[in-house]
Ligand binder design. Structure first.
Ligand code: HEC
Ligand code: HEC
Length: 219
């Protein structure tokens, strides 16, 4: 009897807990207000129109939260004012994703601000239409598809969509990841999964794959 009760209890617990879990997905309406300060570079609804600046519209919620937290920790650590728990202080995190243009905008964001901004952008429709014809996929793209999806729209919630993303931005990120992959084991800076993927790509490969994804429809 008891043995049969346990799974039943677990299942009802899952139902009870799920709304609470979903509630952690941020408040998109509040995020829309905060996002006013980001408009100049990322566009009104996250659809950036500036070369080299990423589109954020319809990007994955968990991916956005991760990037913003890393950029914030990095910005605060570099100026020495971070009041983070000790595990956030590690050299690894300090050296993770960072970009000085973004520093001023992430520096004072709270965890809630980050979740609300991510909720806002992940719910915006992506409107960028490729202006040029699609290209043939480079051969090594079969590897990328495993995680980023058949046409650059990922199904895994932690993997970013890359279809229709700004080409110069994609190229810059891949070059950064390749650069990060050069360090000693354990000193990887940003995302070891991706660093392993780009390590053996040439600069030409990186240019080709960036253009290929930039010209796929983002929706
Ligand atoms: C002055 C221009 C500027 C402003 C304002 C700005 N950003 Fe950015 N943002 C950038 C640039 C440039 C990058 C690319 C950084 C890199 O190379 O890592 C970026 C990257 C990002 C990324 C990573 C995107 C990805 O696909 O990984 C996120 C998320 C982001 N910004 C969110 C925001 C939010 C939220 C705000 C407002 C609170 C904001 N940005 C304000 C210029 C700006
Ligand atoms: C095993 C899964 C996996 C494979 C295979 C993979 N990626 Fe990724 N990729 C990821 C994850 C996870 C991230 C997010 C990293 C992070 O959290 O910073 C990412 C990030 C990226 C980014 C940065 C996106 C942004 O908005 O800044 C680009 C560009 C990218 N991948 C391109 C590629 C290309 C091109 C290939 C094939 C050569 C590839 N990926 C293969 C999982 C993968």
């Amino acid at each position: 009897m008891q043995a049969r009760l346990v799974p039943a209890l677990l299942i009802s617990l899952m139902y009870i807990c799920y709304p609470a879990y979903a509630a952690h997905h941020g408040d998109a309406a509040r995020g829309a207000v905060l996002a006013k300060q980001c408009e100049g570079c990322h566009g009104g609804s996250g659809n950036s129109r500036i070369d080299g600046f990423p589109n954020l519209a319809n990007q994955k919620y968990f991916y956005l939260v991760k990037q913003l937290r890393e950029m914030r920790t990095s910005a605060q650590s570099r100026t020495g004012v971070a009041d983070k728990p000790e595990h956030d202080y590690t050299e690894l995190l300090r050296q993770r994703r960072n970009n000085e243009i973004m520093d001023a905008f992430v520096f004072n964001l709270s965890d809630k601000d980050i979740e609300d901004l991510a909720a806002y952008y992940s719910n915006q429709p992506c409107t960028a239409d490729p202006t040029s014809a699609a290209l043939t996929a480079p051969k090594f793209d079969v590897r990328c598809r495993v995680c980023h999806g058949e046409r650059g729209i990922a199904s895994n919630r932690n993997v970013p969509n890359i279809a229709g993303q700004d080409a110069a931005y994609l190229e810059q990120q891949l070059l950064n990841l390749k650069d990060a992959s050069g360090g000693e084991e354990g000193q990887k800076r940003r995302a070891s999964i991706m660093e392993g993927q780009v390590r053996h790509l040439s600069e030409q490969d990186i240019r080709d794959i960036s253009l290929y994804y930039a010209r796929l429809p983002c929706r």
